[in-house]
Design a protein around this ligand. Structure first.
Ligand code: BGP
Length: 493
């Protein structure tokens, strides 16, 4: 579609930025906070980049007022942050830690006083370690009861102050990295266990949404899903079918459950044949169907490209050789079926991932695909017809602080500008987008890539080995986004 002029962003569009507790707060055992699975996991030799952890992170716990002051300066309309479950309930299911709860209430009050709409994420990967030890975390249904108790404490305390709530952050990512690739805690490599845990997360998500609707009738809640559109490598119908499989396997598998309360049939049948399907009781189906999200949170970084698996279609022609098989990193969360799969489960390969020859990549090998953002928005809107809140999108890069304390991150500005323009086109197409939170507001700890993979609008003076001054320094992108917000996106080019 070609437009001579794009439509404007909606008047109350939520121009925002995001973060997550473990990645920014620090204060890992302050004021009664219990340990989370990330506090423990990051201490295991070899698990994180150069042994980095979130013990201090960017010390947001002590500097939140300064951070909010920068948000005000920028004119930010919304700020997405997550609550650390073990700060609010140190052992995950017992007594509430008033100091923990008070920290989040103070943060929310500070945001509201500075004209920033809080967007609160309930679970951004930091399960209380006590629940992991006692029940095996998401592998036990007992954790659903604990999660509901934790959510209830926040709903009751903050219901008159927080309008936007996110349940699970990137369930697809934390279950696959945690239970399949052992790259995140609890470092399991077992497909059956992964699907079982994933089902329990689905139930916890649904129960939290239903409880929310009972307790906070005027608020809005939804999960944040890490979505990447799947493309066929060629117009060969067998590649197109492979992409259908990829889309169903990667995306419908979670989004159908969120939005329709049912698992997609083709994938469930495959898993049943392989004996790795989750057990879904009639009561589970009722719970899943009863919960309706008010919006879909979408985190967009990149998609994936696939072709028919090489078992059914062995390499034949020289043109097949042009594209080298994608060398998947085991921690690439957005495409779940790498080549090694063939060896693991010879029946499974519904598709093979492959490099997309048209796309550039970031320094960390993530494809840069702004048009894919529009594709994503269009597909999600057509399939589920819910308002969409972009809860993450951004560029991880090595930033350089100049001697006069500037960061000239024109590459980040270019990245964000292109993505926002594609989002504007999607809105002009007819997609309902209610807000956009760039990842991230300040620099922060990247789960597996330490402090040097930076995403923020605000530079933080620290690195992997030295906490340095932790000074906050706005980058060029800070001032650029400030202008975008002021102009409500009219200045994008
Ligand atoms: C998403 C997570 C974020 C953030 C982001 C960037 O998957 O929700 O918490 O980490 O990815 O990822 P990374 O830090 O690995 O570059």
């Amino acid at each position: 579609m070609y437009y001579k002029e794009l439509e404007s962003f909606p008047e109350n569009f939520l121009w925002g930025a995001a973060s997550a507790a473990y990645q920014i707060e620090g204060a890992w055992d302050t004021d009664g906070k219990g340990p989370s699975i990330w506090d423990e996991f990051s201490r295991i030799e070899g698990k994180t980049f150069e042994k980095t952890n979130g013990d201090v992170a960017v010390d947001h716990y002590h500097r939140y007022k300064e951070d909010v002051a920068y948000m005000k300066k920028m004119g930010l309309k919304a700020y997405r942050f997550s609550v650390a479950w073990s700060r609010v309930i140190p052992d995950g299911e017992g007594e509430i830690n008033e100091k923990g709860l008070a920290f989040y209430e103070n943060l929310v009050d500070e945001l509201l006083a500075n004209g920033v709409e809080p967007v609160l994420t309930l679970y951004h990967w930091d399960m209380p370690q006590a629940l992991q030890d006692k029940y095996g975390g998401w592998e036990s249904r007992k954790v659903i009861t604990a999660f509901k108790k934790y959510c209830e404490a926040l709903f009751i305390r903050l219901k008159d102050k927080v309008n936007y709530w996110v349940t699970m952050n990137e369930q697809n990512v934390f279950t696959s990295l945690g239970y399949r690739w052992a790259a995140h805690p609890p470092a399991v490599t077992d497909l059956k266990r992964m699907y079982a845990a994933n089902h329990i997360v689905n139930l916890a998500n649904a129960e939290a949404i239903s409880l929310f609707h009972e307790l906070v009738p005027n608020g809005l809640i939804g999960p944040s899903y890490g979505y990447g559109p799947i493309y066929p490598l060629t117009a060969d119908p067998s590649d197109v079918l492979a992409a259908e499989n990829g889309e169903a396997f990667n995306n419908d598998w979670t989004l159908d459950v969120y939005c329709k309360g049912t698992y997609p049939k083709f994938i469930m049948k495959q898993l049943e044949r392989l004996g790795i399907a989750p057990e879904v009781t009639p009561e589970d189906s009722r719970i899943l169907k009863a919960a309706k999200p008010d919006f879909l949170g979408i985190n967009y970084y990149h998609g994936g490209t696939v072709r028919q698996n090489r078992i059914e279609k062995p390499e034949e022609s020289s043109s097949d050789q042009i594209n080298t098989e994608k060398n998947f990193s085991k921690t690439d969360p957005y495409l779940m079926q790498p080549k090694e799969e063939q060896a693991m489960a010879p029946e499974v390969p519904m598709f093979n991932g492959i490099e997309n020859p048209y796309l550039e990549k970031t320094k960390w090998g993530w494809e840069i695909d702004p048009v894919g953002f529009r594709v994503a928005l269009r597909r999600i809107q057509s399939r589920y017809d819910l308002p969409i809140f972009i809860t993450e999108n951004g560029l991880g890069s090595l930033d350089e602080l100049t001697e006069d304390k500037k960061v000239h991150d024109d590459y980040r500005i270019a990245y964000l500008n292109e993505h926002l323009l594609e989002m504007k086109k999607a809105i002009t197409d007819g997609v309902e987008v209610i807000g956009y939170c760039a990842w991230s507001f300040t620099d922060l700890l990247s789960w597996l890539n330490g402090y040097k993979k930076r995403y923020g609008f605000v530079y933080i003076d620290r690195d992997e080995h030295d906490e340095k001054t932790l000074e906050r320094i706005p980058k060029d992108s800070f001032y650029w986004y400030q202008e975008v917000i002021k102009e409500n996106g009219e200045n994008l080019k």
